[in-house]
Design a binder for this molecule. Structure first.
Ligand code: ATP
Ligand code: PH2
Ligand code: MG
Length: 207
């Protein structure tokens, strides 16, 4: 994603949520320093995995488990948004890629990562503690930010884990993107989550 295109959206998100750009940049710097070669992988691997493929992006709506029963999983490259990983692992499905800001069931994500999932780990101003705690336990990491990308920290576009999966699939030229486990109007979520889902819905609409 061209950062010049993403930047106005990012500025609007900062304003709407009152997030601090400096905190986001600080988090990205910390993540960058934790990515030390052996625990990382190249974006070429994402290109190889996704380009020309049919992608299934799994969000963590309560409907995910039953929606998975209606999809031919083996025909897709599966990308899991954070908490969706646990539902997939419990069904015996190891996603090719996990997109996470490390506030879901991280132990299940580490398990899937050990079994082969690439971990696309997102740094933002409110997950520095999780980054310091969990990043050393992952391998095959690609670091992301919602602020300006630099050196080993990428910005493929998107805000919530779920819509960032879709932006990532687009960035790496998926042939098709199918969504499972996305319910933007879920009423059993906190006010903050509802607001984030509103952004996710709009961002996917724009895509
Ligand atoms: N009804 C829903 N409840 C939760 N997540 C949903 C829902 N519908 C879609 N999603 C997508 O699934 C993603 C992963 O959900 P999870 O419950 O792990 O949330 P999360 O890790 O708190 O999300 P985020 O960190 O992006 O706020 C969300 O980022 C969101 O884009
Ligand atoms: N600073 C900040 N950035 C974010 C946050 C958040 O809580 N704080 N949550 C996100 C997805 O839920 C994505 N980006
Ligand atoms: Mg998350």
């Amino acid at each position: 994603m061209d950062f010049k295109k993403w930047e106005p959206v990012y500025e609007a998100i900062l304003e709407d949520f009152g997030f601090s750009k400096e905190d986001d940049q600080n988090a990205a710097n910390i993540l960058s320093h934790l990515l030390i070669g052996p625990n990382t992988t190249s974006t070429d691997v994402l290109e190889e995995l996704i380009s020309g493929k049919d992608v299934l992006v799994c969000g963590n709506a309560p409907t995910l488990a039953q929606e998975l029963d209606q999809v031919k999983i083996e025909d897709h490259v599966v990308i899991a948004a954070d908490g969706a990983t646990a539902t997939l692992v419990d069904k015996g499905i190891i996603p090719a890629v996990i997109v996470t800001d490390l506030d879901g069931d991280v132990e299940k994500e580490i398990q899937a990562n050990q079994e082969g999932s690439i971990a696309v780990i997102h740094a933002h101003g409110d997950n520095i503690e999780q980054i310091l705690k969990y990043v050393p336990r992952f391998n095959k990491i690609i670091g992301t930010t919602q602020a300006k990308p630099f050196s080993n920290i990428y910005n493929f576009g998107g805000f919530t884990d779920g819509d960032r999966c879709v932006f990532l699939a687009g960035e790496f030229n998926a042939t098709s993107i199918t969504l499972a486990g996305f319910d933007f109007d879920d009423e059993n979520v906190t006010e903050m989550k509802h607001k984030k889902l509103g952004w996710a819905k709009n961002l996917l609409g724009v895509l």
